[in-house]
Design a protein around this ligand. Structure first.
Ligand SMILES: C[S@@+](CC[C@H](N)C(=O)[O-])C[C@H]1O[C@@H](n2cnc3c(N)ncnc32)[C@H](O)[C@@H]1O
Length: 274
């Protein structure tokens, strides 16, 4: 346990969302300074150019966290509006972007705001929106998808990544938490510095919610399909490369993508509603 765990009491917002105030360091340490964060970024770097039509268009990054995705788009010539409700996360992102000397920071606009306020603050409509690993931290992820749809321009693309409830069940079983898996008590409570999401999402839910929000799923992939289930983590750079090749080979293939720790979707808003 981190020394601060016992001292700080974290709350959900009135809407039941978990802003990451007080979590920036832990999130950075346990994800992005660890092999799983590295693999996530490598897979996104591999998949996003395949799954999105990118033409240096403006992008709205919703719940941008520590700013990795904003930096990725800025580095590829996009002007980015990074919205994030947690001042801790936003400050961390800005500082990190400033330290990255090669990053064209002038193209990034920072906005401290939750997703629910974006239709008022930055209505767009946007031709490209990213919302990665945010829905699972919200009290009402379905309503959030409807808001993202409102922000999209007709023909616009949404890159959505969610924490996969089915993979969480599987990994609990693999770790021996059989009762938890059987009773489906999978969600975290959002208390203290725990990073188990409060609203893990299933593919069936995304399929249904996207129809109800007037969005079409055009592609899907699993992120970290194998890594979490390995009995032995890769011990050498060569083994790491082999794992990466395996992840790349099967991330869009049935049935493997379905157990990715995260599911990555491209959704579009049709030009004419159906
Ligand atoms: C797991 S982090 C993901 C950050 C980043 N998108 C990434 O992929 O690394 C979840 C983020 O969602 C933010 N968040 C929580 N509630 C939100 C809300 N209502 N609107 C927008 N972002 C929210 C948190 O503050 C946190 O930065």
């Amino acid at each position: 346990m981190h020394p601060n765990d016992k001292l700080t009491h974290y709350e959900l917002t009135q809407a039941g969302d978990r802003y990451f105030d007080g979590l920036a360091d832990k999130f950075s340490r346990s994800l992005y300074q660890a092999p799983r964060g590295e693999l996530r970024l490598t897979m996104l770097d591999y998949l996003l150019p395949q799954m999105l039509q990118l033409s240096e268009q403006k992008v709205l990054d919703v719940g941008g966290g520590l700013g990795q995705q904003a930096a990725w788009f800025a580095g590829r010539g996009h002007a980015v509006t990074m919205a994030e409700p947690s001042s801790d996360m936003l400050t961390y992102a800005q500082q990190w972007h400033r330290d990255e000397k090669t990053l064209p920071q002038e193209v990034i606009t920072y906005l401290q705001a939750p997703l629910q306020e974006l239709p008022l603050q930055v209505p767009g409509p946007w031709s490209l929106i990213t919302c990665h690993a945010v829905l699972e931290w919200l009290g009402d992820p379905q309503a959030a998808l409807a808001i993202l749809s409102r922000l999209l321009a007709p023909g616009g693309q949404l890159s959505l990544m969610v924490f996969n409830r089915d993979a969480l069940r599987f990994s609990n079983a693999v770790k021996g938490n059989l009762e938890k898996a059987l009773s489906d008590r999978l969600a975290g409570k959002g208390k203290r510095q725990r990073l188990t999401p409060i609203s893990p999402v299933s593919h069936n839910e995304i399929t249904q919610w996207s129809v109800e929000s007037g969005l079409q799923i055009v592609s899907v992939a699993g992120i970290r399909v194998f890594q979490d289930y390995l009995r032995q983590p890769p011990a050498t750079p060569a083994e790491n490369e082999t794992l990466l090749a395996l992840e790349k080979q099967y991330c869009r293939q049935d049935p493997h993508w379905r157990l990715g720790r995260y599911l990555l979707y491209t959704l579009i808003k049709p030009e004419t509603p159906e």
